[in-house]
Design a protein. Structure first.
Length: 169
């Protein structure tokens, strides 16, 4: 069984005590970490790069950071136990993000990991599983378990008040 930690929308300038604790207790134990964009800074993104298998993508709030743009792309394709996966941030007005991604990627990928809406969500469309961990800055992330037959997704919370926001949403 493959364990994947998925987070998005950290929006922090540097790793906070909460992020470090979550990394040590949860993320470091995962086989893979996926960050779906809006890191907040290269310092935050670099913290995740210590993991043996980290995939991160740019979010809309990352586009002005030259160091982040030099290090990451807007999307990443990869395989997880024979499943074709896509990670991206998402785009457009928050209420329309999922519908736009379903229209563009349903039936093409087995799993699409995305962020941007700040709302945890896991749903299926045309044999594609769409997973949004919500916003880590607002207190949520996802742990995904994958084996040859099944995929399960659980959402977890952290105390959002202990996080330091980069900007007001």
């Amino acid at each position: 069984m493959l364990k994947v930690a998925v987070l998005s929308d950290t929006h922090i300038l540097s790793p906070t005590k909460t992020l470090i604790k979550c990394y040590e207790e949860n993320f470091s134990l995962a086989d893979k970490i996926i960050h779906c964009g809006d890191f907040g800074s290269i310092s935050t993104a670099s913290y995740f790069q210590q993991h043996k298998d980290f995939t991160g993508v740019l979010g809309n709030c990352d586009m002005g950071d030259i160091a982040l743009c030099d290090e990451f792309q807007t999307s990443a394709q990869f395989m997880l136990l024979g499943r074709k996966c896509l990670a991206l941030h998402g785009y457009g007005a928050r209420p329309t993000v999922l519908a736009s991604l379903e229209k563009e990627f349903a039936g093409i990928f087995d799993i699409v990991f995305f962020g941007h809406t700040h709302a945890p969500n896991c749903c299926e469309c045309k044999d594609t599983l769409f997973i949004n961990p919500g916003s880590f800055n607002e207190g949520s992330y996802a742990l995904v378990s994958i084996d040859e037959k099944d995929i399960s997704c659980t959402f977890h919370t952290v105390e959002a008040a202990s996080l330091i926001p980069l900007s007001i949403f």
